[in-house]
Design a protein around this ligand. Structure first.
Ligand SMILES: Nc1ncnc2c1ncn2[C@@H]1O[C@H](COP(=O)(O)OP(=O)(O)OP(=O)(O)O)[C@@H](O)[C@H]1O
Ligand SMILES: [Mg+2]
Length: 1009
């Protein structure tokens, strides 16, 4: 084991976070033993037991952290990570119990009381620290609750048994069998812990078997590989033996490919299958023994004699000439009779002959029927078995044998030059196949598309990682299956499941210490990093760095990316990056993040402009909130400029979160922080309006106004209020506070002209224009325009004109309104002010339409539509869609109109637009009316009116229906009802104009009756 590693980096000894399985084993009653016996005698009994325990740990590559007088504390998965650390711990535990039972029996024979042990096991995260105890020797101590819990498991384990927690059981289910001991109170843990006793080995040996038990995911892709395997089988059957190797990283689908090949059927062939296990390198010939047992059909229940019979019988039936292989096979399969001559042979000769025996047996069998021999996971193969594979590979050319092997890239062999050798390099699933797999695992609904995208990006198409992540999301309740699969929580990051974490950690741990150390640093820098930044952060010399980076490239953790100027690297897997950075201690992470942030600021000043969010992220992770906030603000501003509205919201909220809540009155306020808060809130509101979250935007602007007040800044109060006006004005979302805020501010501004005052007056006019307070409107609107013209700023003039537009309502002012909107447009074009595009096009189109210039109106509406799409604003897109529906209706394209109206409804409903249903209803009403199909909507409208009699908005519509359907009495009754208080009950809202046209129609109808 690579425990004592030399390293020139001081950080290497700092320690790291690891997921491990801790094991405590303790001899029961050792105190009594020592009390009753002479100390020397007691040791003579206890020490061999301790040795057995330690050996069992070592056999499965565990690390003995501590060995006290009567027990041990061991861990698996550290210092060196193993992807199957929980299984290893349980194998070791079972072996300990078995060995101790045997030892106990010998003690009993010697008239001593037998020794029994209790074992406790638990899996979880720990911090592992190395302590230098002597020159070149380090001791590893894990610290964390995981250990305590393992130690508690040991105390609750029944004597002679193994107790584990739920965490360990979950990872080992199927590989072992368990019996629940129920919830148990454990010292130091507030809630009861479910304890499981390990009762023995389970039926599973491989991960693929484990996932088969869960239900295999639908097989996708790999058609070409299967085809090649089938061709190889045909060749082999015809006497031209073939060796096919599937090579690929952990989880990429090697075993699954073989499984599918087998499932396709190999009629007339004998298929023998075997595998190497991760802790099997030290156990010679394990895969071969397995293969032979399989061939001779030996079951665990067969005793030695029965086994000998099976082996002998089969060999003799096959070919008497093979009789001389029998002693070697007996010895290998450990069924030799007591006088085993083979055991006395020179080991090298014995080995050669044994291997030769197996080879002859298999080749002879292939004469009888074609043979498919499958060897899995050669990266773990032991030397002896590897030698047999070499031997077989040599003599394959003319045999009816198809040898299928698979391994991860780290395994090497020298079969490459054989003409009958084919290598299948298994790459991760591509984006399309990956999606196909996810569609089968989840649903193919569009709702989950972003999640699928995220999973594919994260896993880079590794099917094992895809499966494990999906499974973990279900377990965490982030995904729920209730008929269809739905996302129950929003997800920004995906937690790495412990299975995936174990696979990746064990790859990372096999790197030399310095490379691993650098990998952690790189992981903290990010998924991509320029060489210059690595230099600045790592503090290593160029030569040193070059060679370390080259090593990491060879090991396929990172690869170089073409970049302008500087060399850049990127992590091959986003997940290895996450695991590597997660393994660094928090303190180290903080230090590195700060180093990265400062290096970016000083050495890559362009980042400040182009990627402020990167610097913000590193300062945030470094725990330096105050330094991060300005960068979050800048990032939010930039994102808004690019119309990346959701991103902006996210960044601005991070900034606000770091600022914390506003100080109490009692606390000393920090003006700089509050000014920052104001800016963030204002931008956040803008972002929220853009994505249609009006209620949240409203809150943000109100909070901004509050903050501005606390700072005593009238200008900022006005800015916040004007945003409220803008929102109400464009979307109709009520923000009544705007009026008071602006009027108060106006008082404070004094009598003189100023751009600020002109804007305030314009804002008031706009607000009053849509809320309908005409008296005030008539006063503010002309003042605003006059002041703006005196100041002479075209932008300001354009801004103020819209108030005037409202002031000049009524059909008699149609031409003036067109003149106003045309001037607005000209001013905007001259000033090249992008943000005025909305007002400019929408209102001018509206006026043109009023005056009957449909072609002109269409041009403006189209331009409005382009702007809405470019700036990525669903609200405006929905208005454009609504306008299109209206235009389609006007030109008699009823089907188009209906479709467009539906679209509008879909878009608006997803926002908090309360008017969505109303607008849709109105459009459908107009449409059905034009189609002469009002009869269809009559019952709905009538019911609506009956149920909402207080809300009279639909009554005129009902009266229209009655008149169109010729129901004179009903129409008249409804009309009388509406006219009751001199039409005073009808709201003067945006429906008013429409209502008037309805009345015109109703009156025409009634007059004609
Ligand atoms: N083409 C595929 N379609 C659907 N699922 C797949 C595909 N390939 C692999 N899987 C699934 O991904 C998981 C991992 O696959 P598999 O066990 O074959 O990987 P492996 O390459 O053998 O890994 P290891 O090196 O760890 O043995 C399995 O559950 C398997 O069912
Ligand atoms: Mg496999």
């Amino acid at each position: 084991m690579r425990v004592a590693q030399e390293s020139s980096s001081p950080e290497a000894l700092e320690g790291e976070r690891k997921t491990v399985t801790a094991l405590f084993a303790d001899i029961k009653g050792s105190t009594e033993l020592e009390r009753d016996l002479d100390p020397e005698e007691a040791r003579a009994i206890v020490d061999p037991a301790l040795k057995l325990m330690i050996d069992a740990v070592h056999r499965y590559d565990g690390y003995v952290v501590q060995s006290t007088g009567d027990g041990i504390f061991a861990m698996f998965g550290a210092p060196l990570a193993h992807e199957d650390h929980p299984q290893r711990a349980l194998y070791a535990a079972i072996r300990m119990q078995e060995d101790l039972r045997r030892y106990g029996a010998t003690l009993r024979e010697r008239g001593r009381a037998p020794i029994e042990i209790r074992i406790g096991v638990n899996t979880g995260e720990v911090v592992v620290r190395a302590i230098q105890t002597a020159a070149g020797h380090a001791e590893y101590t894990p610290i964390g609750h995981t250990n305590n819990l393992a130690s508690r498991m040991q105390t609750v384990a029944p004597t002679g048994s193994i107790a584990t927690t739920e965490d360990t059981r979950k990872l080992c289910e199927g590989y072992f069998t368990f019996r629940s001991l129920g919830p148990t109170r454990v010292k130091g843990v507030s809630e009861a812990v479910t304890v499981h006793e390990v009762t023995g080995l389970g039926p599973l040996r491989t991960r693929l078997q484990a996932s088969a038990r869960r239900g295999l995911s639908r097989f996708v892709g790999r058609a070409a590989e299967l085809e090649q395997m089938k061709r190889a089988l045909e060749l082999a059957k015809s006497g031209r033996g073939q060796l096919v190797a599937a090579v690929g990283e952990a989880g990429v689908g090697k075993s699954r490919l073989f499984f599918e090949f087998r499932a396709a059927g190999q009629p007339g062939c004998l298929v023998l299958e075997t595998l190497s296990v991760s802790h099997g390198k030290a156990s010679a010939y394990l895969p071969l023994i397995d293969l032979l047992k399989n061939y001779f059909e030996i079951t665990p229940d067969d005793d030695a004699r029965r086994r000998r019979e099976k082996i002998g019988g089969k060999i003799l039936i096959l070919d008497r000439a093979l009789e001389d292989t029998l002693p070697y096979l007996f010895t290998l399969l450990e069924v030799a009779e007591s006088d085993d001559q083979i055991a006395r042979l020179d080991p090298e000769i014995r080995r050669r002959r044994t291997l030769d025996a197996i080879k002859r047996l298999l080749l002879r069998e292939s004469l009888h029927q074609p043979l498919v021999a499958i060897f899995e996971d050669l990266h773990w193969v032991d030397e002896g078995s590897h030698a047999l594979l070499n031997l077989l590979a040599e003599s394959l050319g003319t045999a009816r044998v198809l040898m299928l092997v698979n391994y991860r890239p780290e395994f090497t062999h020298n079969w490459g030059n054989k003409t009958y050798y084919t290598q299948l390099r298994l790459d991760p699933l591509g984006a399309e196949t990956g999606e196909e797999m996810l569609n089968a695992l989840l649903d193919d609904g569009r709702e989950l598309a972003p999640l699928k995208q995220l999973i594919i990006e994260k896993t880079e198409g590794n099917p094992l990682f895809i499966e494990e992540i999906v499974q973990a999301l279900f377990e965490q309740g982030a995904l729920v299956r209730n008929g269809a699969v739905k996302l129950a929580k929003s997800l920004n990051t995906i937690q790495i499941p412990s299975t995936v974490q174990a696979v990746l950690a064990s790859r990372i741990d096999r790197l030399p210490a310095e490379q691993k150390d650098l990998l952690q640093t790189l992981a903290i820098i990010g998924k991509e990093f320029p060489l210059g930044l690595v230099r600045a952060v790592s503090g290593k010399s160029d030569d040193e760095l070059d060679s370390l980076l080259a090593g990491l490239q060879t090991a396929e953790f990172i690869y170089e990316q073409p970049a302008v100027g500087d060399v850049a690297y990127v992590f091959k897997h986003a997940l290895s990056q996450q695991v590597a950075s997660g393994s660094a201690l928090m303190e180290r992470r903080r230090v590195l993040h700060e180093r990265v942030a400062r290096a970016l600021e000083v050495r890559f000043p362009e980042t400040v402009e182009t990627q402020p969010e990167l610097i913000a992220h590193h300062f945030t992770e470094a725990g330096l909130g105050a330094e991060a906030v300005p960068y979050w603000q800048r990032a939010g501003e930039r994102a808004l400029q690019r119309s990346a509205n959701l991103e902006a919201i996210d960044q601005l909220e991070k900034g606000l979160e770091l600022l914390g809540s506003p100080p109490d009155v009692a606390e000393r306020s920090r003006p700089a922080d509050e000014a920052r808060r104001f800016a963030l809130l204002l931008l956040l509101g803008v972002g929220r309006v853009r994505v249609g979250e009006f209620a949240k935007a409203h809150q943000a602007f109100l909070r901004a106004a509050e903050t501005a007040k606390s700072l005593g800044s009238t200008e900022n109060v006005i800015s916040a209020a004007l945003e409220l006006v803008h929102m109400t004005h464009t979307t109709g979302f009520p923000a009544p506070e705007a009026l008071q805020l602006l009027e108060e501010a106006l008082q404070k501004l004094g009598p003189d002209d100023s751009p600020l005052k002109a804007r305030t007056l314009s804002g008031l006019a706009r607000f009053l224009g849509v809320t309908g307070e005409r008296q005030k409107l008539m006063s503010y609107a002309p003042q605003a325009v006059a002041m703006a013209r005196r100041i002479g700023d075209p932008k300001l003039v354009s801004y103020s004109l819209l108030g005037m537009f409202y002031a000049l309502s009524g059909p008699e002012h149609a031409d003036e309104r067109l003149a106003i909107t045309t001037e607005m447009q000209d001013l905007a074009k001259a000033a090249d002010v992008e943000n005025l595009t909305y007002s400019q096009h929408f209102w001018r189109g509206y006026c043109l339409l009023e005056l009957g210039d449909t072609a002109g109106a269409d041009e403006d509406f189209e331009a409005y539509g382009r702007w809405a799409a470019e700036t990525n604003q669903p609200f405006h897109q929905s208005i454009c869609e609504m306008l299109r529906a209206m235009r389609a209706l006007m030109s008699g394209r009823f089907e188009d109109s209906e479709r467009l109206a539906q679209n509008t409804f879909v878009i608006t409903r997803s926002m908090q637009a309360e008017t969505a249903a109303g607008v849709f209803g109105l459009q459908m009403f107009a449409l059905r009316r034009e189609q002469g199909r009002l009869k269809e909507v009559e019952p709905v409208v009538r019911m609506f009116v009956q149920q909402n009699s207080a809300d009279a908005a639909w009554r005129p519509g009902l009266a229209v229906i009655y008149s169109e359907l010729g129901l004179t009495a009903d129409a008249r009754a409804e009309f009388e009802n509406l006219a009751k208080h001199d039409f005073g009950d009808l709201p003067r809202d945006s429906m008013w104009m429409g209502t008037l046209t309805y009345f015109a129609d109703i009156c025409t109808f009634l007059a004609g009756c």
